[in-house]
Design a protein. Structure first.
Length: 168
C-alpha cells in the first residue's frame, strides 16, 4: 500500500482533511509541519526566523527521504510540492492529491494567521501572485486534483477515500 500525500497552497485544507481522513479510515496520519517542529523543538516561525526558509526547505526534503512510515497519510506544507526533487519522492512512494481551493477561500482562512511566516511577510497581492505561480506545480505533482470549493471536510475526505479505493 502506498502513502497518501495531500498537497496545495496554504489554507487549502491539507492538515484538516488529513486528520479527517485518519478519523474515517484509521490510516496513520502525519503533518509534515508538526513532525519538523517536533524534530527541531521549535515552531515553524522560529525555524524561519533563526535558520531561514532555505534550511526549512531542506528539512522538508529530508523528511520525504527519511521518514520511515510506509503506509500513512501525509499533510505536506504548502511549499513541498513546488520542488521537483520532492515531487519525485512523493510520486515514487505514494498517491498525490492536490486540494484545489480558490484564492478567495484561502485568503479568508489564512490572512490573520500568525503561524505561517510567508503570510506574515506578504501583502494580499504578493500572496495571490505566489498562489498563481505555484498552482501549475501542484497540478504537475498530483495524480488527482480535488475541487474543494463549497465542500465540507467530510465530503472532501470521502471523495479522496473513493479515489484511493479505485487506485490501490
Ligand atoms: N473545505 C473546508 N471547509 C471548511 N473549513 C475548511 C476547509 N478546508 C480548510 N478549512 C479550514 O481552514 C483552515 C486552514 O486549513 P488547514 O488544514 O490548516 O490548511 P493547510 O494545512 O492546507 O494550510 C482550518 O481552520 C480548516 O479547518
Ligand atoms: O506554503 C508554504 O511555503 C508554507 C506552508 C506552511 O504549511 P501549510 O500549507 O500547512 O500552511 C508551512 O509549511 C510553512 O509556513 C511554509
Ligand atoms: Mg497544514
Amino acid at each position: 500500500m502506498k502513502r497518501i500525500y495531500l498537497v496545495g497552497f496554504m489554507g487549502c485544507g491539507k492538515s484538516a482533511i488529513g486528520k479527517r481522513l485518519h478519523t474515517l479510515t484509521g490510516i496513520p496520519f502525519f503533518d509534515m509541519d508538526h513532525e519538523i517542529s517536533e524534530q527541531m523543538q521549535m515552531t515553524i516561525p522560529e525555524i524561519f526566523d533563526q535558520y531561514g526558509e532555505l534550511y526549512f526547505r531542506q528539512l522538508e526534503t529530508e523528511f520525504l527521504e527519511k521518514f520511515p512510515e510506509e503506509y500513512c497519510i501525509v499533510a505536506t506544507g504548502g511549499g513541498v510540492a513546488v520542488k521537483e526533487e520532492n515531487i519525485q519522492l512523493m510520486r515514487e512512494s505514494g498517491i498525490v492529491f492536490f486540494l484545489n481551493a480558490s484564492f478567495r477561500d484561502i485568503w479568508r482562512r489564512i490572512s490573520t494567521d500568525v503561524n505561517r511566516p510567508i503570510v506574515q511577510q506578504s501583502s494580499r497581492q504578493e500572496l495571490e501572485a505566489l498562489y498563481k505561480k505555484r498552482k501549475p506545480k501542484y497540478l504537475h505533482s498530483a495524480h488527482f486534483t480535488v475541487e474543494t470549493t463549497g465542500k465540507s471536510l467530510t465530503d472532501i475526505a470521502e471523495y479522496i477515500i473513493f479515489q484511493i479505493e479505485r487506485y490501490q
